[in-house]
Design a protein around this ligand. Structure first.
Ligand code: GLN
Length: 460
C-alpha cells in the first residue's frame, strides 16, 4: 500500500473513534495528504528517508507552523505559531506524516489528562468486568491513547516529571524520556525548563528507537541541547544483554504498592537475568525526598515561564481599559485550576523570605539525588530496573475529590529521573488481575539510551 493509503486509513480511524477517546484536539488532513503524497514520490524514486510515510500524532505542547498549538489551555486560544518546533521539523525532514495535534493535561501539568481545557482523554483499555472509562495517564495522555487505540503509528510526547513514562505504563505502550539535552526544546511550550524533555510514545521498543533517532539533535536555538553523537539506536535492538549489570533500587519498594507491581518487578528481574544480565541490589538513599523537591522546582519554573501569558502577545484576551486589570481578567479566565495552583506554589517558594527554605533546599536535594545515581553508575551498574507507576489506570473522575497530593503520588517513580537529567524508558511488562497494563522502567546513564533499548527489548 502507498503512504497516501496508509494516511487515509489513519484519518478514517480518527474520524470514527476520536469522538470516543478525545485523543486529538486538532486533525490536519490537508497537511497529512500533502506529506503522504511527497512520501510516495520519494518511494517511487527510491530516495526513501528513515520515517518515510509514517503517520505521527503530535502533542499539543509542540509548536507546529500555522497549526493549532495551545498546550491544551484556554489561554492560548487561537494560537497558530509562525514557526515549527525543532523536534517536529526533524520528523518531517525524515519523512514522517503529521496527522494532527494530541490532547494533554493543560501545560503538561497532571498525571491523568483530566486538566485539559478540551476535557479528559479516555483510554482504549477497560478493566475486566467494568465498563467505566479509564484515564490514559498524563500529561501525554492523548499521545498514549492515540498510539494504544491505533489512531497513529507513533506520537511525540514530553516528560517533565513522568509524562511520557507514566501514560505509556498505563496504556501498554513504550515511552522513552531521553537524557536532558538529547532533544531540542525549541518550539516546545515551556513548563519547567530544567526538567522538560521531548520523547516518543510508540507500540514497540524498535519504533521508539527509530523515532528518537529522528527527534534528537543539537540545536543552536536551544543552548541546553547537547552536541553529542546520536547513535543508530535501532542497531542496539536485538543485541545481547549478557554481562550487563542491572541495579534493583530498594527505595522503590514503597508502602502501599500493590503486590502485583512487586511481582511484575520480580519477573522483569528474572527475564533480564535469564537473558544473561547480572542483577545487583542497589540503594538510592535520597529517593524519598524526590517528589517533594520536584513539586517545588517544577512549579517554581512554571510560575516564571507562565508569566508571559498576559493577553497582549498571543492567545486569549479579556479586554479592559486598564492594563493590570486586563492581565488579571485574562489570566483568571485563561488558566485552569491546576495551572493556577502551580503558579501560586511557584510564586510562593520563590518569594523573598521563603526562597532559602523551599527553592534553595529543593535544589540541594536535587544535587543529592543526582549524586545517588552517579555513585551507582560509577560502581559499574549499566541500568536500573524499577516500576514505572505505583498503580494501574484508574477511572476518569476517581480523583475529583481527592487532595492534589494524591495525584502527585502517581509520579513517585518517575520524577527522580528528571531531577537527575537521566534517560528512562517504560516498557509494557504485563497485565494486572483486572487485565490492565503495567509498565516497567529502566533508567540509564546520561546519553546511554541505547542500553535502555537493548534491555527494554528483553522485557517487552
Ligand atoms: N505529573 C507531573 C506534573 O504534573 C509530571 C508532568 C510532566 O511530566 N509533564 O508535574
Amino acid at each position: 500500500f502507498s503512504a497516501v493509503e496508509l494516511t487515509d486509513a489513519y484519518l478514517k480511524a480518527i474520524d470514527a473513534f476520536n469522538g470516543r477517546f478525545n485523543a486529538y484536539v486538532a486533525v490536519t488532513p490537508e497537511q497529512a495528504r500533502d506529506m503522504a503524497i511527497a512520501s510516495d514520490a520519494r518511494i517511487a524514486t527510491g530516495e526513501v528517508r528513515p520515517l518515510e510515510g509514517v503517520p505521527v500524532g503530535v502533542k499539543d505542547l509542540y509548536c507546529t507552523k500555522g497549526v493549532h498549538s495551545q498546550a491544551a489551555s484556554h489561554i492560548l486560544d487561537g494560537f497558530k505559531p509562525p514557526y515549527e518546533s525543532t523536534v517536529t521539523a526533524n520528523l518531517w525532514n525524515d519523512g514522517a506524516v503529521m496527522l494532527g495535534k494530541l490532547n494533554m493535561d493543560e501545560f503538561a501539568m497532571g498525571s491523568s489528562n483530566e486538566t485539559s481545557y478540551y476535557g479528559p482523554v479516555v483510554s482504549p483499555w477497560k478493566s475486566r468486568g467494568s465498563n467505566a472509562d479509564l484515564v490514559p495517564g498524563g500529561s501525554s495522555g492523548g499521545s498514549a491513547a492515540a498510539v494504544a487505540a491505533n489512531l497513529c503509528a507513533a506520537a511525540t510526547a514530553t516528560d517533565t516529571g513522568g509524562s511520557i513514562r507514566q501514560p505509556a505504563s498505563l496504556t501498554g505502550t513504550v515511552g522513552i524520556k531521553p537524557t536532558y539535552g538529547r532533544c531540542s526544546r525549541r518550539g516546545i511550550v515551556a513548563f519547567a525548563s530544567s526538567l522538560d524533555q521531548a520523547g516518543p510514545i510508540t507500540h514497540t521498543v524498535r519504533d521508539a528507537a527509530m523515532m528518537l533517532k529522528s527527534m534528537a539533535s543539537v540545536d543552536a536555538r536551544d543552548t541546553t541541547s547537547v552536541d553529542i553523537d546520536v547513535p543508530d539506536y535501532e542497531a542496539a535492538i536485538g543485541q545481547s544483554v549478557k554481562g550487563m549489570k542491572i541495579g534493583i533500587p530498594k527505595e522503590y519498594r514503597v508502602e502501599g504498592m500493590p503486590d502485583e507491581i512487586e511481582t511484575l518487578w520480580g519477573k522483569g528481574r528474572d527475564w533480564l537475568k535469564d537473558a544473561g544480565a547480572e542483577i545487583v541490589d542497589i540503594s538510592l538513599p535520597h529517593t524519598k525526598y524526590a517528589l517533594a523537591a520536584y513539586y517545588i522546582v517544577a512549579p517554581a519554573e512554571a510560575s516564571s515561564n507562565l508569566a508571559r501569558y498576559d493577553g497582549v502577545r498571543y492567545g486569549l484576551r479579556v479586554p479592559s481599559d486598564e492594563i493590570i486589570e486586563q492581565y488579571e481578567k485574562t489570566r483568571s479566565a485563561g488558566f485552569g485550576a491546576e495551572v493556577k495552583r502551580r503558579i501560586l506554589i511557584g510564586t510562593y517558594v520563590l518569594s523573598a523570605g521563603y526562597y532559602d527554605a523551599y527553592y534553595l533546599k529543593a535544589q540541594k536535594v536535587r544535587t543529592l539525588i543526582k549524586k545517588d545515581f552517579e555513585d551507582v553508575f560509577d560502581a559499574g551498574v549499566d541500568a536500573i530496573l524499577a516500576p514505572a507507576t505505583p498503580s494501574a489506570a484508574f477511572a476518569v473522575g476517581a480523583m475529583d475529590n481527592a487532595s492534589p497530593v494524591e495525584m502527585y503520588l502517581q509520579d513517585i517513580f518517575t520524577v527522580t529521573v528528571n531531577m537527575a537529567g537521566l534517560p528512562g524508558i517504560s516498557v509494557p511488562g504485563g497485565l494486572d488481575a483486572s487485565g490492565l497494563p503495567l509498565g516497567l522502567q529502566l533508567i540509564g546513564r546520561p546519553f546511554d539510551e541505547a542500553t535502555l533499548f537493548r534491555a527494554g527489548q528483553v522485557i517487552e
